[in-house]
Design a binder for this molecule. Structure first.
Ligand SMILES: Cc1cc2nc3c(=O)[nH]c(=O)nc-3n(C[C@H](O)[C@H](O)[C@H](O)COP(=O)(O)OP(=O)(O)OC[C@H]3O[C@@H](n4cnc5c(N)ncnc54)[C@H](O)[C@@H]3O)c2cc1C
Length: 401
């Protein structure tokens, strides 16, 4: 495999870099170290996310891989990977992972023509912001056991139930919702996907706050919410197949690794510039071993993301299920390793979130706290290991009662 970029790809990369270099100078202080907290925890951070989304929409970069008939550019997978890498490196907001990363590809895969024409353009322009309505208090890994119902009455569905852990639900205008349209059905049968407006009567969003009071996650209660029948996505009762496709979109992506690369560059700078026991930390053999391990992890992660792109290009969709799980597993565990090592290298200062003594503006301790959840969200890492065993290695499936 040749990892070098073509001349055209190199030029595209430079165009992306110039854009993010310039635009990220406009980030407000509230955006902080970025990520989900940068986007959702303050109004200023969210407004910057919206600003960037519109800018990216104008460039056509939110829909670059879509078919031309829906406003896309049919850009190659490699071009999309390069975009993700550069954006990840700059830690830039503007790509709503739920809208652009998950719901748009789901619409392209399973929506009616009318829905594609109606719902895709606002996503492409960076004007529609979504949240993900899957998990419930008693349905997480075992998502197929969910109990929220959506019962057809005339030209509407009446929705009742509760979703939890809804990231950004307090800022989103829409949710893609998974609900049971056949109340007699069991497990994955009788589930359907909906496009839900968050301002409909009966939708109540309650915050799930961090220990320090930050607001990123929510619970969403739905009490006799009337969704127009035209907002059922695809075929009634076939929502599980559609949702399984969405899961693979959720788990792939190159951005995370290039974000890690930038962090690593900063950690190396810090280790070179900071003395401990009379010599730079970078001269300490133990620190050097940790930095080398982090570097190897970030390079392996990058090649895993490239592997996913290559499989897309080949149309190897079965292989993609395993590759997406491998990538999710490896990226989240490497990020935990990185934040762990980095805060260790920084010693007691590594625990400081702010102030003049906080190394890297407290970015590493923030990552350390945030990244704990990453081995749980988007399907826990135990579930990813099961998928790799069953789908990738062909090992026998465990049967649960
Ligand atoms: C920070 C964060 C953000 C999130 N954002 C969203 C969101 O925006 N929208 C949304 O819908 N959901 C969201 N989630 C929910 C997330 O998808 C669930 O937390 C996740 O699927 C796990 O479900 P659970 O919490 O119910 O744990 P459980 O499913 O109860 O799992 C508990 C433990 O048992 C293990 N386990 C369960 N089943 C198996 C099995 N078959 N084999 C081996 N081990 C197993 C799990 O790995 C885990 O360690 C978010 C979660 C977090 C932490």
């Amino acid at each position: 495999m040749d990892f070098r970029l073509t001349k055209e790809e190199e030029l595209k990369k430079q165009e992306f870099e110039a854009f993010f270099e310039e635009e990220m100078k406009k980030a407000p202080p509230e955006f902080g170290n970025g990520g989900l907290e940068g986007v959702y925890a303050t109004e200023e951070g969210f407004q910057f996310h919206k600003y960037m989304a519109r800018k990216l929409g104008e460039k056509g970069w939110l829909s670059m891989g879509w078919p031309k008939q829906y406003g896309g550019q049919e850009a190659s997978i490699m071009e999309q990977v390069i975009f993700d890498e550069v954006r990840g490196y700059y830690n830039a907001p503007g790509v709503d992972g739920f809208a652009v990363g998950m719901f748009a590809p789901t619409l392209l895969a399973g929506a009616t023509e009318e829905q594609k024409q109606r719902l895709l353009p606002p996503i492409a322009k960076g004007e529609a912001f979504y949240c993900q309505g899957w998990s419930e208090p008693d349905a997480g890994s075992d998502l197929a056991s969910l109990t929220t119902t959506a019962i057809r009455e005339g030209d509407h569905y009446i929705v009742n139930g509760q979703k939890t852990w809804t990231t950004g639900g307090h800022k989103a205008e829409f949710m893609f919702l998974l609900a049971r349209t056949d109340p007699e059905s069991k497990r994955s049968k009788g589930l359907s996907v909906f496009h839900l407006r968050m301002d409909l009567p009966g939708v109540e969003v309650r915050p799930l706050l961090y220990m320090d009071g930050k607001h990123v996650y929510n619970e969403v209660f739905m009490n006799n919410v009337k969704i127009p029948a035209e907002d059922l996505i695809g075929v009634e009762g076939e929502g599980w197949n559609l949702t399984r496709q969405t899961m693979n979109f959720e788990r792939s992506g190159a951005g995370g690794f290039s974000g890690a690369k930038r962090y690593l560059e900063k950690i190396i700078e810090y280790a070179k510039a900071t003395n401990r026991n009379g010599k730079p930390i970078s001269k300490d053999p133990n620190a050097r071993r940790k930095i080398a391990e982090m570097f190897i992890a970030s390079e392996v992660g990058r090649t895993l993301a490239y592997k996913i792109a290559w499989m897309h290009q080949k149309g190897d969709f079965m292989g993609l299920i395993t590759a997406a799980s491998e990538s999710k597993l490896f990226s989240t565990e490497s990020a935990q390793l990185m934040s762990n090592y980095a805060t260790e290298l920084m010693g007691p200062y590594g625990q400081l979130e702010g102030g003049e003594y906080a190394p890297l503006d407290g970015g590493m301790v923030e990552l350390y706290q945030f990244i704990k959840g990453a081995t749980i969200f988007a399907g826990t890492n135990e579930i990813q290991r099961n998928l790799i065993a069953w789908t990738g290695l062909g090992l026998p499936r465990l049967k649960f009662k």
